[in-house]
Structures are given as structure tokens and as C-alpha cells.
Ligand binder design. Structure first.
Ligand SMILES: [Zn+2]
Length: 240
């Protein structure tokens, strides 16, 4: 579905765009949101889901007039299975996978940092083509993305920020989601102090459109969700 002109939600189990019939008590969170940004000649994705939903994602894209053959890059927000286990299957199609260097290390290894234990699935490792440093930037043609390392939910998590038609878009992975909810705290590298620090960093930014890793996006005033998440996380985990 189109979020704003040129930006689409093309995969999401909890928004009923994809469906994976795996046993998991966390069934809503088996497959992440996958966003597509239409740059004209190219399309870039943010996250790729669990891999089992690749065909559904491509069908959704075609339904909205987006040719999956135009996807050039997929930017991973963090290494968790529901967001990144599809990387190898998208890479088979010639799509370049981009991630923070720690996320890249986890995805290449397909180790416990990717959380296969949450879904009772075998690991799904993938090569990663482009690695980001803690604060970095990357361009696809004229489309420039800023990268900010925001660990806590998982190490190697990032927030991607890019300008879009006069506004700022923030892709937050599982750092912050609808109404200021925070991400799952069962990662083997979950770090509550780092989580609070990451939210403090994000709270300094002019968050407008917020595209989270699960559930619905905020079409404006995403900063309210960030401040809510920071407030809740300090109460819950202490002032990191
Ligand atoms: Zn996650």
C-alpha cells in the first residue's frame, strides 16, 4: 500500500500484507514491515522480511505497479530473522544487501544474533554487499540516506534517514513503533542502557514520517512516538 507518494509498504505480517504459516507464539512478528521507495529507474527496499514471503512481496509490488526487477538495494535495519532472513533470497535476484557492519557480521554468520531461536527455524545466513559504519551515509543516484547506529534492541541496529519531497523520513526498525512502543527485549545482545541512549539520540532529531519495523507508520509527527518510547524505556530500564 502507498504510504505517501513514492513510498510503499509492500510486506508486513501484522498489517496483513504477507503471511507465513510458521509456528511461533510471536506469530504477529514472524515477518517485518518491508518498505519500497520508488526512485524512478530503481527501487530501494528497507528490510526484506523472513524470505518465505518474497513472492508475496513481489506480487504486492506488481499490484501497485512496481516492477520487482527494478529493486537495486535492500537496506537492513538490524539482523533479526523477521527483518533480514530473506537477504539471501533477495540477493539471488541481483539485489545488493546493505547493513551496519555489526549487522552484516551477524547476517553473514546466521548466528543467534539473527534470532532463529525465536522462530524455531534454521539459520538463514547471507552475504552482505555494503557495510555501514556507526554514522554513515550512502547514495543511490540522487537518493541520499543517512545511517545512525542505534543499538539496544539488537547490536548493529540502525535508523535510516532520508529527505523525501521536502520532508524527512525515518526508518526505525524495531527501535520505536506505533504509539511509542519499544521492540522485543529477548535478543541475546539486548542492551537496555544502549536502547535508552539510542532513543535519546533519535529524540534530538526532527522525526517527521516514521516507518517502523512492525505495525502502522506515522505519516507526521513521528517525534511524539520517539518521545513516548524514550519516556517508557527510561521508566522501564532506567536512565542509561
Ligand atoms: Zn527485531
Amino acid at each position: 500500500m502507498q504510504i505517501i507518494p513514492g513510498i510503499y509498504l509492500v510486506g508486513s505480517q501484522d498489517c496483513f500484507l504477507t503471511y507465513t504459516d510458521w509456528f511461533s507464539p510471536h506469530c504477529e512478528y514472524v515477518d517485518s514491515n518491508v518498505f519500497a521507495v520508488d526512485l524512478g529507474e530503481e527501487i530501494v527496499l528497507f528490510d526484506c522480511g523472513n524470505g518465505a514471503s518474497r513472492q508475496q512481496i513481489f506480487e504486492n509490488m506488481r499490484a501497485w505497479g512496481l516492477d520487482p526487477g527494478r529493486i537495486s538495494h535492500c537496506f537492513l535495519t538490524h539482523p533479526h530473522y523477521d527483518h533480514a532472513a530473506g537477504a539471501a533470497r533477495f540477493r539471488e535476484k541481483g539485489i545488493k544487501i546493505a547493513a551496519h557492519r555489526i549487522c552484516a557480521e551477524a547476517v553473514r554468520a546466521g548466528d543467534a544474533r539473527t534470532c532463529p531461536y525465536l522462530y524455531h527455524r534454521p539459520p538463514a545466513p547471507s552475504e552482505v554487499d555494503i557495510e555501514f559504519q556507526d554514522e554513515d551515509s550512502f547514495s543511490v543516484g540522487d537518493f541520499a540516506v543517512e545511517v545512525f547506529h542505534t543499538p539496544g534492541h539488537a547490536d548493529g541496529s540502525v535508523v535510516y534517514v532520508f529527505p523525501w519531497r521536502g520532508r524527512k523520513v525515518f526508518v526505525t526498525g524495531d527501535l520505536v513503533a506505533e504509539s511509542g512502543s519499544t521492540g522485543w527485549s529477548g535478543s541475546i545482545d539486548f542492551n537496555p542502557k544502549a536502547y535508552v541512549q539510542s532513543l535519546k539520540k533519535l529524540a534530538q532529531m526532527p522525526v517527521d514520517i516514521l516507518l517502523p519495523g512492525h505495525r502502522r507508520p506515522a505519516l507526521s509527527r513521528g517525534k511524539i512516538w520517539v518521545e513516548e518510547a524514550m519516556n517508557r524505556s527510561i521508566i522501564q530500564w532506567g536512565n542509561g
